[in-house]
Design a binder for this molecule. Sequence first.
Ligand SMILES: [Fe+2]
Length: 265
Amino acid sequence: MLLKSPPPLSLLTLERETHGGPISSSASTCNALKNSCGLSALRSTSRRNTGGRFAIRASKEANSWAIMDVMFDPFEEVKKELLLVPTMPQASLARQKFSNQSEAAINEQINVEYNVSYVYHAMYAYFDRDNVALKGLAKFFKESSIEERQHAEQFMEYQNKRGGKVKLQSMLMPVSDFEHIEKGDALYAMELTLSLEKLTNEKLLNLHTVATQNNDVQLVDFVESEFLVEQVEAIKKISEYVAQLRRVGKGHGVWDFDQMLLNNA
Ligand SMILES: [Fe+2]
């Protein structure tokens, strides 16, 4: 492999902005920069006193300056943050740029996920009854219930990660029976599932809006990367199940559909 040194800079000047002339460490720093950047010429000089900060300037021409300035002084700039570190034991140490609105919206979403999980659990119990015995649907709703519960836990972990407090809220008692004279139980339950997935999507988008309004880029990223794509895929899958159940009617076709779910990996 042929390695070429980068050509762009012919001159770099490193200033140690202290009063009284060049400092001895400038040359070694310059050499280090020269080695790492492939610069062809380096020189050091002194300039005005700006509190001991370094200014690095590089250019193509010997007499042209200021492409890049490095003026970061961590010990100076961290002072402001240091004053904000909480001393009360009840206060989170990790919390940073995390609004009360975002915290409340996450708790609301935890409740949504738990409620949906609870309804799916009720559906699992219904389809697992001895006089219903649609084992594929029972398996599907049990797995769906666990998945929604996992979503709730993901939001709980994130809440703690950001320094918020998880506050669990009440859940509504779901219905226990899913018979429907016209649609049959399988189609009725699946249509209900589709509505719940769309409702969950709406709630996720509300959470995304709260995060955006509060300039919480990290919460926006979390919702987008962990939930929004998956939610759209879930809505597509359940829509297909509803369409298939509408085709097969309430009789033997439901048995075949149930077997398909049962044998799904
Ligand atoms: Fe979910």
